[in-house]
Ligand binder design. Sequence first.
Ligand SMILES: NC(=O)c1ccc[n+]([C@@H]2O[C@H](COP(=O)([O-])OP(=O)(O)OC[C@H]3O[C@@H](n4cnc5c(N)ncnc54)[C@H](OP(=O)(O)O)[C@@H]3O)[C@@H](O)[C@H]2O)c1
Length: 258
Amino acid sequence: MVVRVLMNEVAPGAAGPGDVVADAVLEELYAYPDTGARAWVRANMVATIDGAAAGNDGRTGTINTEADLVVFTLLRDLADVVLVGAGTARAEGYRRPGPRGAQRRARALAQGRAAHPALAVVSRSAHVPPLLAAPEPDRGQVWMLTCQEAGEEALERARAVLGAERVLVLGEAEVDLFAAVEALRERGMPRVLCEGGPRLLRDVAAEGVLDELCLTVVPVLAAGVEQRITAGAGVDQVLVPRLLLEGGGTLLHRWIRP
Ligand SMILES: NC(=O)c1ccc[n+]([C@@H]2O[C@H](COP(=O)([O-])OP(=O)(O)OC[C@H]3O[C@@H](n4cnc5c(N)ncnc54)[C@H](OP(=O)(O)O)[C@@H]3O)[C@@H](O)[C@H]2O)c1
């Protein structure tokens, strides 16, 4: 897949407008910033030109492109933990994350990080999505980030499936996402990759914990009734464009909180 730079303000020395981007440069363009003691929350979402966040079958698989897949895979490799709403985990049939690519896995292990990114599911109900219930030792750990509203019975079920230490109760009626990100950081996962969905992304932005949005725009009009990449009560989150790439007609953006 040939990916070209259209704009680059994240690592100007690495590549300029018109340059074709090699894998190592792509990694540099998407490197997590060094934020010292705090976590960095990056979201990665895909949309059609007319703003649909899923194909007409309600899944993103029908709007993904090759360029999107390249960046999707890279961003998972670079993250310590994938944060996902339970709705997306159910709709998209999420499994535990597989291993990072060989080089990045070796580097992660040398840095004392896990071989696989973990998966943290945000859920008010604390219902563990079925495909995440079975243990898979060669894949990443699953965390349940939930709240009191789930009720003791559901919490006990989740603890029985995932292990008590992997079920975190963070808030009363909804998950306190600030506390959630802090809890992940304290457990050695400061590089957070939020893969949505629209309701979770809205809450992440509303609670002021979104540092960055990687947005893929695929060259398709979809119409239909699918949501946009955010859903729910209004928010007012300003983001600044810092990177724009193009591959096969797909646009790949990095928008960063000023
Ligand atoms: N375009 C993209 O990049 C993209 C990315 C992801 C998903 N999607 C699409 O989005 C659709 C799914 O949308 P969705 O709105 O259902 O997804 P979602 O945001 O992943 O899921 C909503 C669910 O997540 C939990 N949740 C979210 N925020 C919460 C909070 N602050 N506190 C407690 N629980 C919280 C709740 O789970 P419980 O119901 O368990 O309580 C809620 O019902 C699918 O069609 C999927 O394909 C698109």
